[in-house]
Design a protein around this ligand. Structure first.
Ligand SMILES: [Zn+2]
Length: 291
């Protein structure tokens, strides 16, 4: 018999609604990034897609079978005991919950760039191009490691299970969107990035220049990067080299090595020949998006 939390009505509703909606959104993004690519590809797509699918094959089930049930189970068990958010009137409570969840996403992403968790997160960053499939290229260990922060902390703070799971669907959709290689009209993205993390903004986070990687950690809102002074938008997309300098070619990281990469020692932020990717500080305000 299945444990109740794995087949709770909320999770069944997530499977029935969020699953198909996310699949249609992914298909739409795939068409858009094919028709209007943002950055030049450095590798043929089929090879990268195969590799990224092999990484996603254990991590997507790990998310559905561990992270999502933990989000629901812990929120059901702990959230009703926390009076803090429950005192707020309904629209305010929901807004506070959503802001809190997105802020936890931002802080979790910053923790992923600290040495211990970078062992896992570098699997994602070592992709040498970015597109929709990069949004699925997460080591399954990263999914498991995120449970205390992304499922435990919201529950302890009193975020309701339906909000946690509903926000998770938004979180996944935004992750697919900002990793995509879709070239939005610049005027549109220029306005959008005032509120949301966009493909140009997140592309800068995947740069091989370290101070650019240490920018733009937000998942849904750019608000947290603005508040923490980690927003950097003035890097032209065609100037970006995507990836981690220690692993400069696709041949360095076949899928089986990527799966074992968390066990390998950390490498300095430099190419194997010792060169550290860099560029002079760019002109223009940091917070002003450029094409
Ligand atoms: Zn990152």
């Amino acid at each position: 018999m299945a444990l109740p939390v794995f087949s709770s009505p909320l999770l069944r509703r997530f499977d029935r609604w969020a699953g198909p909606v996310l699949a249609v959104a992914a298909l739409g993004l795939l068409l858009l990034e094919t028709r209007r690519p943002l950055r030049r590809r450095t590798l043929p797509r089929p090879r990268r897609w195969l590799r990224n699918s092999l990484i996603a094959a254990p991590s997507l089930p790990a998310m559905r079978l561990t992270l999502l049930p933990a989000m629901v189970g812990l929120a059901q068990a702990w959230a009703p005991r926390q009076p803090l958010l429950a005192r707020l009137p309904e629209p305010l409570r929901l807004a506070a919950e959503v802001l809190l969840l997105d802020y936890l996403g931002y802080t979790w992403h910053r923790l992923l760039h600290a040495p211990l968790l970078w062992r896992l997160h570098r699997v994602h960053h070592s992709d040498l191009d970015m597109d929709l499939t990069t949004a699925w290229r997460f080591h399954f260990g990263e999914m498991l490691a995120s449970i205390p922060w992304r499922a435990g902390v919201p529950a302890v703070l009193g975020v309701r299970p339906a909000t946690v799971l509903g926000f998770e669907a938004v979180f996944e959709a935004c992750t697919a969107f900002h990793h995509s290689n879709w070239q939005l009209p610049f005027a549109v993205e220029h306005q959008l990035v005032r509120v949301l993390v966009t493909p140009r903004a997140h592309g800068i986070h995947h740069s091989q220049v370290q101070r650019e990687t240490d920018s733009n950690f937000g998942v849904v809102l750019t608000l947290w990067d603005r508040l923490h002074r980690t927003l950097r938008l003035n890097v032209p997309q065609q100037a970006l080299t995507i990836g981690v300098p220690a692993y400069p070619t696709a041949a360095d990281l076949p899928a089986r090595r990527l799966l074992a990469l968390p066990l390998e020692p950390l490498r300095p932020w430099a190419r194997p020949d010792g060169l550290v990717p860099g560029r002079p500080e760019l002109a223009g305000p940091l917070h002003e998006l450029v094409p």
